[in-house]
Design a binder for this molecule. Sequence first.
Ligand code: PHE
Length: 468
Amino acid sequence: MASNSRTLSAAADAGAPAPDNQWSSRLTFILAAVGSAVGLGNVWKFPYIVGENGGGAFVLVYLLCIALIGIPVLTAEILAGRRGGASPIRSFGIMAERDGHSRNWQAIGWLGGLCAFLILSFYSVVAGWALAYLGYAVGGDLSAAGGADDVGQAMGTLFETLLASPAALVGGHTIVMAITILIVASGVRGGLEKAIRWMVPGIFAILAGLVLYAATASGEFGRAAHFMFAPDFSALNWDAVLVALGHAFFTLSIGMTAMMAYGAHLQKDAALGSSAVAIAGLDTLVALMAGLAIFPIVFAAGLEPAAGPGLVFVTLPIAFADIPGGTIVATLFFLFLAVAALSSTISVLEPVVEYLEERTPLTRRGAALASGGAIWLLGIGCALSFNVAGDIRLWDHNLFDLLDFLTSAILLPLGGLLIALYVGYVLPERAVRAELAGIGPRGYAVLRGLLRYVAPLGIATVFVYGLM
Ligand code: PHE
């Protein structure tokens, strides 16, 4: 199969109209990348890790990680994707060889491809929870449980019952993977772009409504803002810094070739630096807004912010049961969560599909089905690790926790480190300059310094301390 991506960059160079697998504009690319970045990470994970790690001081470290490491690595990744032109898994090898370096740099691509595979298998299971809760909200189960004598217990039981049911978990995971495969199989223009165009504006609209609700109806907005923004450094340790860094990678979808794949479909003359800043800025905005929507409601119901992974699925529903219009708010919230998750899953499958499309005789549809099917199988293992396979422990974790830890704490930062080193030291400087034309000499110097020194040293330090 000829490389679609390579034909597309050749066509773009020749000034031909954008082919079907190129984003129709830079704005669409930004929307797609924001769709990838904004997901369960922002809404499910960020609020609970803020809650567990003491609030404001953690948020500050996280923002530093985004600004000093996340944005430079995101820029580098998009840049490498566009420069390489092939499927992201192969791009590094091709680029390195073209510039007279070892083809072994392709290892970054393999690492990323592996990471995509692993992330999607557990991510899709959690996205399935969001779908299940959307079903509960619409079906009135949340308000029924809210009528119980002990609402806290009823909501806890609802979540436990979901986790204990292999059929429910595998079912949700299957629906998520099916929708993901369907969208990706339809191509960049016909699938991803069409979906993104309504998903991302929808996500922002619902979230804005929820924040407005929390700000006006809960009476606890000030307390939530204080919790999120007043730093208490005594709650901070290296583990928390490692969590913040790992999450910066996870939430920006960097270190695993998803952003490379999206970057490869960007027009040659579209500005990169400002796109990366916009993507990271909007992603951060959503994470902070999610906190500002969730914590006031949690506080108003007299509940704990440090509830861990159950924050969104137990604590929040308890609070929803307590507020006027709770069913509608709950429905909107879980709809928002499910759509945000789906606009991310498609970006995780994309690089794997592009690789198969290039390297095997499979069509795009076949490639989407084959890779999505394999991920679906591994995901079943993750789903079952909450119930029947819960006793199977690997290094003291069940499969789900192991994949979560392995990817966000190790593989993503490692991928980010290698990408920073590649673009900072291996890619010829004239190529980097050419890709970044438009950010001006000062912006370029700052970015280069961050990529060559700050990001690698920062990632290495956090690694060493965090894993000790
Ligand atoms: N960034 C997504 C989120 O925050 C998750 C993701 C990770 C998507 C890696 C793509 C690649 O939920």
